[in-house]
Design a protein around this ligand. Structure first.
Ligand code: C2E
Ligand code: MG
Ligand code: MG
Ligand code: MG
Length: 288
């Protein structure tokens, strides 16, 4: 009987795996067409400088307007794109879009548009040249663009440092995304040219406990010691925002401040509610 149950379970796993792989193949096929049919789109989410109450960063986030599935979030197709090699085309497309948008925003002082770049794109030695070509074609100065990278276990650090160095030589800034959740080691961090460290939303969710706050304080100290700026991601509540500010975090983004949106809807000023809270001395009870 136990054997039967085991066999049944295997059959279930089999079926599940089969369904997953069918889904993956389907997604890959659809994604190939999506590129040709122009079904991808980019939304933008601002981060706000906590001291000066102004936009400090804007992140480009890709979405897929699927004809049947609706708006598909990146985590449902970026991994498939990475496995199938389509990530190069998706990545180039997002980059071109972000560069064009940054050019449209060039009248806004000091605004950088940040693009997520996957480990597979970074593994390609041609990336710095293609970035340079995109900037040149658009007539966009490199200091209007930034790339966000996560530390991947695969890339060897000296090669990564070399590629990032060539990208940075264009004036393009480098952010470490989802800091503290991957294979980060302090040795690696020290070997890389880093302008910005993005604190993952997981750590923001842990605020309100002494340990959670100590971790963020530690990241801030470390980042500032290596000359990097700190952005906190995923800020959803006013207490989180005030705590982050008190801990010395430079910028914050999250649903409390602004959701990702079409570029024409990007709020260029700080949302009134949170702005009021900052002026009121960072005390949530005063603001409410
Ligand atoms: P990420 O780069 O860490 O982006 C932040 C994610 O957090 C975004 O999810 C954003 O919509 C979400 N977010 C922002 N504020 C809040 C908040 O207050 N609460 C919560 N719960 N979430 C918030 P999204 O757009 O679904 O993107 C997920 C991930 O997909 C990104 O994480 C990034 O790793 C990847 N991704 C997005 N666009 C691209 C792209 O063009 N290329 C590549 N390679 N990866 C991308
Ligand atoms: Mg990012
Ligand atoms: Mg992140
Ligand atoms: Mg993330």
């Amino acid at each position: 009987r136990a054997k039967d149950a085991g066999r049944e379970q295997f059959a279930w796993f089999d079926e599940q795996m089969h369904r997953d792989s069918v889904h993956r193949v389907q997604t890959e096929q659809d994604l190939r067409q999506a590129l040709d049919r122009d079904e991808l789109l980019v939304e933008y989410q601002p981060a706000f400088d906590l001291r000066f109450e102004r936009i400090s960063h804007v992140e480009a986030l890709v979405r897929w307007q699927h004809p049947l599935r609706g708006l598909v979030p990146p985590l449902d197709f970026i991994p498939v794109a990475e496995e199938s090699g389509l990530i190069q085309r998706v990545g180039e497309w997002v980059l071109a879009r972000a560069v064009a948008q940054a050019t449209r925003w060039s009248h806004i002082p000091d605004l950088r548009v940040w693009v997520n770049v996957s480990p597979h794109q970074l593994a390609d030695a041609g990336l710095p040249e293609r970035l340079a070509a995109q900037l040149h074609r658009a007539g966009l100065p490199g200091d209007r663009l930034g790339i966000e990278v996560t530390e991947s276990a695969l890339a060897d650090v000296s090669r990564l440092a070399e590629v990032l160095g060539r990208i940075r030589a264009l004036g393009v800034a480098i952010a470490i995304d989802d800091f503290g959740t991957g294979y980060s080691s302090l040795a690696r961090l020290n070997a890389l040219p880093v302008d910005v460290i993005k604190i993952d939303q997981m750590f923001v969710a842990d605020l309100g406990t002494a340990r959670g706050e100590a971790v963020v304080a530690g990241i801030v100290t470390l980042a500032h010691a290596i000359g990097a700026e700190v952005i906190a991601e995923g800020v959803e509540t006013l207490p989180q925002l005030t705590t982050l500010s008190a801990l010395g975090v430079d910028s914050a983004c999250g649903y409390l401040l602004a959701r990702p949106s079409a570029p024409e809807h990007l709020p260029m000023t700080v949302p009134a509610e949170s702005s009021f809270c900052w002026r009121a001395g960072m005390h949530p009870s005063v603001a409410r």
